[in-house]
Ligand binder design. Structure first.
Ligand code: AMP
Length: 291
């Protein structure tokens, strides 16, 4: 596996592959890789001839007071996992390479979708995400880019950016990989102590309960109105009740939104996104499912 730190080295290698007629997949990450990231790389390697991954803890998507400094980093371990899963090149730039002195050009999806859900507490987060992903797209020039459904809002915002900017890349969403108790894998799970780790299972318990409630409701009806009969407010109340029973959990939001626009909706239908952010101790976790 090639390890590249400079923009030009990535460009030259990708150009060489493209001249050979090979297809390029791209998997952007912030490192501290786990089986969730691994599944993206595996899918990418299955779909395309060459997989490029990036490992870069992007400072502009962290607000001051967030965990930028203590975000877990282990590049050597990341490289072993990437190589094992079929990655051909990892781009591991410095902050100065991505944000040289005087950097002043940002990409922002100026729609309400970046102000909903996580955008309410992280006002500049998606501007940072779009700026770095757009720049990485311009460097790697992939045919396809792979993102996890675990970050459903990020995936929706990136799809919007790609559409609005007519970027020549196909965005592929990949299912959330979970621990045995259902906790979605996340680099931030490393922050949890033993008690918090147990408590974190409550997010998935809320998802399971919501899914059961929605399928029972739809089974008791016929026709198109079926899923509609489950009201968003009931689902939110059910999920909140389950999470609130866990003393270490503090809810930031539980919301029912349209899967594309991310605007709140009362009627649950196919494609509706049910998403939450919950603090377990000092660790902020997110999870979701699509109906
Ligand atoms: P991150 O390193 O957290 O920025 O994540 C890099 C990519 O991995 C993003 O597209 C995430 O959505 C995806 N990802 C993170 N956790 C998971 C997971 N548990 N299952 C699937 N994809 C994931």
């Amino acid at each position: 596996m090639i390890v590249a730190e400079k923009i030009n080295d990535v460009r030259m290698q990708v150009n060489k592959w493209k001249r050979q007629g090979l297809t390029i997949a791209f998997v952007p990450t912030m490192g501290a890789l786990h089986e969730g990231h691994a599944s993206l790389v595996e899918t990418a390697a299955h779909d395309c001839d060459r997989v490029v991954a990036s490992v870069f803890v992007n400072p502009t998507q962290f607000a001051s007071g967030e965990d930028l400094e203590r975000y877990p980093r282990d590049f050597e371990k990341d490289c072993r996992l990437l190589e094992e899963k079929g990655c051909s090149m990892v781009f591991h730039p410095s902050v100065e390479t991505m944000y040289p002195e005087g950097f002043a050009t940002y990409v922002n999806v100026e729609s309400d979708m970046t102000k909903q859900l996580c955008g309410k507490s992280r006002a500049t987060h998606f501007k940072g995400v779009c700026t770095i992903v757009s720049k990485l797209f311009h460097i790697v020039m992939p045919h396809r880019a792979y993102f996890g459904e675990k970050d459903a809002q990020q995936l929706a915002v990136i799809r919007k950016m790609v559409q609005d900017q007519a970027l020549y890349v196909e965005v592929v969403g990949c299912p959330t990989v979970r621990e045995e108790d259902g906790l979605a894998l996340s680099s931030r799970n490393a922050y949890l102590n033993e008690d918090e780790r147990k408590a974190a299972g409550v997010l998935y318990q809320a998802i399971v309960a919501a899914k059961e409630y929605i399928s029972e409701k739809s089974a008791s009806c016929t026709s198109e109105e079926a899923v509609d009969s489950a009201e968003a407010s009931d689902v939110i109340a059910l999920m909140r009740q389950i999470i609130e029973e866990e003393p270490l959990a503090r809810i930031e939001y539980v919301e029912v939104v349209d899967g594309k626009t991310l605007m709140p909706t009362e009627h649950i239908a196919s494609g509706t996104l049910i998403a939450m952010a919950v603090h377990i101790g000092k660790t902020r976790l997110i999870d979701n499912f699509t109906v």
